[in-house]
Design a protein around this ligand. Structure first.
Ligand SMILES: Cc1ncc(COP(=O)(O)O)c(C=O)c1O
Length: 273
């Protein structure tokens, strides 16, 4: 892994580099992006930077310096051989008092890039008992306040799943801890609308564009009984679901297979873009 912090490449990737009173560390006051790297090139970087800017604005952080982040991305990738990798951009409120109030110090920007293992073609998922709050201040923002996801994922892993799925306060399907969910009912491919409180996934938007699908909010029970289910995300691409809670689901089903093929066909369009 190679790491760039506030304009400098770290001599050692995991060396201490951020102050202990950084507001991202003390209270989770930060936003982030995870970006796939294919053959050394970032995938859909512009879309990810647009979302980073939206998340930062949503938290009230200073505007992101796009040119500086792009330099950080280039520096973190330089000299690495990454057939498949991941870039993580983290932007926080910077050094601050120890409570929830922000300080006057400049924000912290970290860009890290390293190798990534491909995900399996299919996986199991588990519904968790805690709701996503579609009316919360952080709904739809990619913030570093992800401890709720940590708890949910641990719950799913204890039950044999690789992803935890949330309903929202209305009881409708929302999203996974790091993925959006698509499912097939009566031959129709569906995914929740952004009003459900899910993150506006880059993969979700591109798949809707490249392959299609209907955006609809409905009870999570409908999706749990679907004919096909798949997850989409930066790290999973299109990943079939072969078990949801205790229910086995045929995977890869025909719609999932076509969606995955469409993804593979179109992905090169956004490498380095
Ligand atoms: C909560 C959440 N939902 C959905 C996604 C999928 O988004 P993307 O396709 O942009 O990776 C992520 C990404 O990690 C996420 O953190």
């Amino acid at each position: 892994m190679k790491v760039w912090v506030n304009g400098q490449i770290l001599p050692e990737a995991t060396a201490p580099a951020v102050a202990v009173n950084d507001h991202g560390l003390t209270v989770g006051d930060g936003v982030f992006e995870a970006i796939k790297v294919v053959d050394g090139q970032p995938f859909a970087l512009t879309r990810h930077l647009d979302r980073l800017a939206r998340s930062a604005a949503g938290l009230g952080l200073p505007a992101v310096d796009d040119a500086a982040v792009r330099k950080g991305v280039a520096a973190a990738l330089e000299g690495q051989s990454l057939p498949l990798g991941r870039i993580r951009i983290t932007y926080t409120g910077g050094p601050a008092p120890l409570g929830s109030g922000r300080g006057d110090a400049p924000p912290t920007m970290v860009v890290a890039a390293g190798a990534m293992n491909p995900y399996p073609e299919t996986t199991s998922i588990v519904t968790v008992p805690w709701p996503r709050n579609e009316r919360g201040a952080l709904a739809g923002l990619k913030t570093t306040s992800y401890a709720e996801n940590v708890v949910a994922l641990a719950y799913a892993e204890e039950r044999g799943g690789s992803e935890a799925v949330f309903a929202n306060l209305a009881g409708n399907l929302c999203e996974g801890t790091g993925s959006n969910v698509f499912y097939v009912v009566d031959g129709e491919l569906r995914t929740p609308t952004l009003a459900c409180g899910c993150l506006a996934g880059v993969t979700r938007a591109l798949l809707l564009d490249w392959f299609g699908g209907v955006e609809v909010d409905e009870p999570i029970g409908v999706a749990e009984q679907a004919d096909e289910v798949f997850l989409v995300s930066t790290t999973r691409d299109v990943q079939g679901v072969s078990r949801w809670n205790d229910r086995e689901i045929p995977a890869l089903g025909p719609v999932t297979t076509e969606a995955a093929a469409a993804w593979r066909r179109r992905e090169p369009d956004l490498l380095g873009v």
